[in-house]
Write a protein of this length. Structure first.
Length: 270
């Protein structure tokens, strides 16, 4: 996560939230890589605590879906579903710790995204599918597709300003993404799945009513913090609101550093 200057706050394990005050607003934006890796951390944490099984759908789907449909609308001879292969490559190339209910590292020898995609299995087989949208490349929001029996829904979590129409459109888009992705899994013959089509009727749309951000750079932190709070359903000493966002940044980056060290991605000198 060195792409984010906030990484500096946890070097030496000393947490200093005020270190962010000197950084530029642009440098405080969370990258897609950080969001992907932190969701991998939440997967591992949930598994270790017997929590819900999480399908990490990654931060790229909404952007590629929007671009794909824009190209399709402009008549560039690109089918609207062509985006899904690019989404799979971008998402699963990083997913070395996302095996369903088995979170051992995958050997990097002969590693490829198709293999990782197959090992992750059917999204419908997981309790939660976690997406992070950033259609305009300027604002992060989160979408959680809840597959648990009796709790089926699409939960929308957004710290920005949005209309009901925007929320419903984005929720519908993410259901389309899962349906297209499941079709891809079937066409590759790598995953056996039962027939099912996600829709608003099977998974109603719910506004998670996130707290609002007061600046132009905390959206990614809000998205990750809202997802973590929903997954573990536990009271926090640090609530997800504006005054606590610097502490949430430190929490996220510190957990990422510990996760990378625990899984052998990095070695921290003593």
């Amino acid at each position: 996560p060195t792409t984010d200057t906030s990484f500096r706050c946890v070097l030496g394990r000393e947490v200093n939230p005020d270190a962010f005050d000197k950084a530029s607003p642009r440098s405080k934006w969370l990258s897609g890589e950080i969001i992907m890796k932190y969701t991998m951390y939440l997967q591992d944490l949930s598994f270790g605590s017997n929590g819900p099984s999480i399908y990490n759908a990654g931060p790229y789907a909404a952007l590629l879906f929007d671009l794909g449909n824009a190209r399709y609308r402009r008549g560039r001879n690109i089918r609207s579903r062509d985006y899904i292969a690019e989404f799979a490559r971008n998402t699963f190339i990083q997913r070395r710790y996302s095996i369903y209910r088995q979170f051992q590292p995958i050997s990097l020898v002969n590693y490829n995204w198709e293999h990782a995609m197959a090992r992750a299995g059917d999204p419908l087989a997981h309790d939660l599918c976690v997406f992070f949208g950033n259609e305009s490349q300027t604002h992060w929001y989160a979408v959680i597709v809840d597959n648990r029996e009796g709790s089926e829904k699409v939960l929308y979590l957004d710290s920005g300003l949005y209309s009901t129409i925007t929320m419903e459109r984005r929720c519908a888009n993410h259901l389309d993404i899962i349906n297209d992705f499941r079709d891809l899994l079937v066409s590759t013959g790598q995953v056996n799945m039962r027939q099912f089509t996600y829709s608003r009727q099977t998974h109603p749309f719910v506004d998670g009513q996130s707290n609002r951000q007061s600046n132009g750079f905390d959206c990614g932190v809000f998205a990750l913090a809202n997802v973590e709070e929903f997954i573990f359903r536990r009271p926090y000493d640090i609530t997800v609101n504006g005054p606590s966002l610097k502490l949430w940044r430190c929490k996220i980056i510190s957990n990422l550093l510990n996760f990378a060290e625990d899984t052998g991605i990095i070695v921290v000198a003593q």
